[in-house]
Write a protein that binds this ligand. Structure first.
Ligand SMILES: Cc1cc2nc3c(=O)[nH]c(=O)nc-3n(C[C@H](O)[C@H](O)[C@H](O)COP(=O)(O)OP(=O)(O)OC[C@H]3O[C@@H](n4cnc5c(N)ncnc54)[C@H](O)[C@@H]3O)c2cc1C
Length: 530
């Protein structure tokens, strides 16, 4: 059978792209390698009765227009509020920021009056930065290497909006693009724990430390969900993040898309410089006039195409694209709740995120370990206990706890700097898991007694199980040199590729990673000529 479009990969972006193409009347086939849809936005019953958002765990950036266009709530998507962030401190104190503005202000004032005032100013400034950046998320980046006047006009329009901001906001914007998260926050705040916990979102998905220039921008990337203003923007998905993917898949099917799982693609077929179909690992072939890959450039160009299909300088640029996975995940099945020394007992503080980020030096030391090729002895962690908000994910009285961990560098090295083989992670997996538990136990000593089962995902597991090269959670680092018209490579940031009728629509394209759907939607619009 011949299709109008074949989408490779049933992650949320591939599904989003398929849904928009099918909505426009195209005959679409989605081919997913795994037995389950969702890619890194997936729910799996890892232990009987315990359902985990195995990889991504909070939904922050999903574009409101996609929720509307695809009517996702009707297809079962429900986002539940994640109220605030608790940061336990080694001295038994804590910082607990919640969605209630006044409460948070009082809490910060407990640490520093000046910081409580600065927090309001900072919030306002970030809203302005977000306002400026947000329209960029849904645009196809212009190509500065081309003389196409449309691209130049788009760049000019961004320049004009930049000029329209106040001088103060313009300075902030330049600082965001050039400074480290820690330095940027230093300009606003004096409380170490506040700066540390806020700087954390500057390093997620990068192989950089909170003091590395460029991380301030990543702060903004993660802040944009909050700017949508409603709690829906920062939340847990009922049934896990797989429920978001499944809702998008249902919408795609309703528009007529066909979705197949356990169909791994091994090759993109071409004729005369044009993509014509795909071949599966078992040799079956499917043909279509358009092929869209939601998988990263390493798979799409270096594995599924022949070198002769691509210009040499493009191949060089694809090989230069940086993945450098730096994160791991530990999912715990618990028979009761952890008890934090800083706020004993159960309570609303356990319903939000729990951030293990007690100081800026702590964060930077965690990175120091990774820089030299080992996992952090005391890692940064972002922890959630979704079963408190959504009891459907665990048996009665039991809980699931998700621990996102950084740093876990993909490439491990020996103490004298020699590169270890990739499967070294198989030997270090349990030691990494133990380090995570030991770190949590410093703040919640009862954690060990509560654990029924644990799943430890190293960057190697993330690569093997989810097809994310080097375990990078965003299909490639979210660093400035790999964003906007540079993502994935300069000159090819418009979802097109050097192979005619072959497009890209995953997180490796603008505007990057996160459960956002924007790459999938933008790519569909490009294909549809909108
Ligand atoms: C550990 C972890 C934690 C994260 N936490 C968060 C979070 O809390 N919030 C957030 O917003 N984002 C988070 N992210 C990032 C976010 O999940 C991803 O950016 C996003 O889900 C990527 O979606 P995608 O559709 O672009 O790609 P993917 O989800 O990578 O989808 C690609 C799909 O292609 C499939 N595929 C691969 N090879 C083949 C093949 N040969 N044939 C057919 N199909 C193939 C894969 O199985 C996969 O389903 C996290 C990611 C990870 C890994």
């Amino acid at each position: 059978m011949k299709y109008d479009a074949i989408v490779i990969g049933g992650g949320h972006n591939g599904l989003t792209c398929a849904a928009y193409l099918a909505r426009a009347g195209r005959k679409v086939l989605v081919l997913e390698r795994r037995h389950v849809l969702g890619g890194a936005a997936v729910t799996e019953e890892v232990f009987p009765g315990f359902k985990f958002s195995v990889c991504s765990y909070v939904v922050s950036l999903l574009r409101p227009e996609i929720i509307r266009d695809l009517d996702l709530p009707r297809h079962g998507m429900e986002l539940l509020p994640l109220d605030g962030t608790l940061t336990p401190m080694p001295n038994g104190d804590h910082l607990w920021r919640v969605n209630d503005h006044e409460k948070t202000r009082r809490e910060i004032a407990r640490h520093s009056r000046l910081d409580a005032e600065a927090y309001d100013e900072y919030g306002r400034a970030m809203i302005e930065m977000g306002r400026f950046a947000k329209p960029i998320l849904s645009m196809t980046p212009p190509d500065p290497t081309s003389l196409d006047p449309r691209g130049l006009l788009e760049l000019l329009a961004i320049g004009k909006r930049f000029r329209g901001m106040s001088a103060h906001d313009r300075i902030n914007q330049v600082q965001l693009l050039t400074m480290s998260a820690a330095d940027f926050l230093d300009q606003w705040f004096e409380t170490d724990v506040l700066k540390a916990t806020m700087s954390a979102s500057g390093i997620i998905g990068t192989f950089l430390g909170v003091r590395s220039p460029g991380t301030a921008y990543v702060l903004l990337h993660h802040y944009m969900g909050e700017i949508d203003g409603s709690f829906r923007s920062w939340g847990l998905s009922r049934g896990g993040t797989g429920a978001v993917s499944n809702a998008i898949a249902d919408a795609a099917r309703r528009f007529g898309a066909e979705i197949r799982t356990e169909t791994p693609v091994a090759k993109i077929l071409t004729r005369n410089g044009k993509a014509t179909g795909v071949a599966l690992e078992n040799g079956d072939e499917f043909h279509a006039s358009t092929i869209v890959s939601s998988v990263d450039p390493n798979h799409t160009f270096l594995r599924w195409l022949d070198e002769k299909d691509l210009p040499p300088d493009f191949i060089t640029a694809v090989k230069r694209y940086k993945y450098r996975g730096s994160s791991g995940k530990v999912n715990l099945a618990l028979d009761g709740l952890p008890d934090f020394t800083c706020m004993p007992g159960p309570g609303p503080h356990l319903r939000g995120a729990i951030s293990i980020s007690p100081g800026v030096n702590y964060m930077e030391r965690a990175y120091d370990d990774a820089k030299y090729g080992r996992f952090s002895r005391r890692p940064y962690m972002d922890i959630v206990i979704p079963s408190l908000t959504d009891p459907s994910v665990a048996p009665p009285g039991k809980h699931v706890m998700s621990c996102f961990v950084q740093y876990a560098p993909y490439e491990l090295r020996t103490a004298d700097g020699r590169r270890q083989p990739a499967d070294e992670w198989d030997r270090q997996r349990e030691a990494f898991g133990d380090t995570v538990i030991d770190t949590i136990a410093e703040y919640a000593p009862n954690i060990r007694e509560r654990i029924l089962h644990r799943q430890v995902l190293t960057p190697l597991d993330i690569e093997r199980d989810f097809g994310l090269t080097e375990g990078n959670i965003f299909q490639g680092e979210l660093t400035l040199e790999q964003l906007f018209f540079l993502r994935p490579v300069p000159g090819w940031a418009q979802y097109t590729t050097p192979v005619q009728q072959l497009y890209m629509c995953g997180s490796a394209t603008h505007p990057g990673g996160g459960i956002m759907g924007a790459p999938g939607k933008n790519a569909a619009e490009k294909i549809l000529g909108k």
